[in-house]
Design a protein around this ligand. Structure first.
Ligand code: C5J
Length: 230
């Protein structure tokens, strides 16, 4: 459903309330993939307890439903590589122990390889038909992708960014979005990290210094605002 361009929403946020127009706002969900959230994938190969990330799944689902109802542009990103590994730098390949590296066989197929089961989105957050999927080889969603082109083509000026992990791919993306002139809104409960202390610090960094990278809020505030706009 198309939202009238004149509709605006105002939400409570840190460091201050922020208004946004649903017509020029995209929900960007970062890397809600089996490789990061389920056992046997890349996240676990890096030595992490992947169960910690589950807490952000339900808030993401609820926010995604509200965004769809309000007609926001929805973007899903996936980190992953070509099956011949021609887009992975040696440095990144060597981060995991031999046998558990990118491209090695795991219980969900080859680790972090496009098209494998582990590379797919988790069942709870599958893209709907017509939603945009960005395949990215790096941490930031703008690096070596057409995300900026797609957002600008849709007249998007504000990004609501959630996903995993807060201090890695979410932060890399929101920092670059900030430099590119987008306004960032980060619902903290829609983001997750393997390290709760990194999550807390990464969220605090967003709204510090007058909102140096953006505004921090939660899913409930966005859902209420989007319900009025829908
Ligand atoms: C990581 C990501 N943590 N999606 N990727 O390697 O944050």
């Amino acid at each position: 459903m198309a939202v009238p361009a004149s509709t605006t929403c105002t939400i409570a946020a840190n460091p201050q309330p922020i208004s946004f127009a649903p017509a020029t706002t995209a929900l960007v969900l970062i890397d809600m993939q089996r490789d990061f959230l389920e056992a046997g994938g890349f996240g676990e190969a890096l030595g992490n307890d992947v169960s910690v990330l589950r807490a952000c799944v339900e808030p993401c689902q609820q926010l995604l439903a509200a965004a769809r109802k309000a007609g926001l542009l929805v973007v899903h990103t996936r980190e992953g590589h070509r099956s011949d590994l021609s887009d992975v730098f040696a440095e990144k390949l060597q981060r995991c122990a031999p046998g558990r590296r990118i491209g090695d066989a795991g219980p969900m197929g080859r680790i972090l390889i496009r098209g494998e089961a582990g590379h797919d989105f988790i069942a709870e957050l599958q893209p709907a038909a017509g939603e945009i999927v960005i395949d990215k080889p790096g941490k930031g969603a703008f690096y070596s992708t057409d995300l900026d082109l797609v957002l600008r083509r849709h007249g998007i000026t504000t990004l609501i960014i959630g996903g995993v992990t807060t201090e890695v791919c979410v932060h890399s993306t929101l920092r670059e979005a900030n430099d590119r002139g987008y306004r960032n809104i980060v619902p903290a409960d829609c983001c997750g990290s393997y390290f709760p202390e990194f999550h807390a610090a990464a969220i605090a960094m967003v709204s510090a210094q007058g909102g140096i990278f953006g505004h921090v809020t939660d899913a409930a505030a966005l859902i209420s605002a989007l319900a009025i706009a829908a």
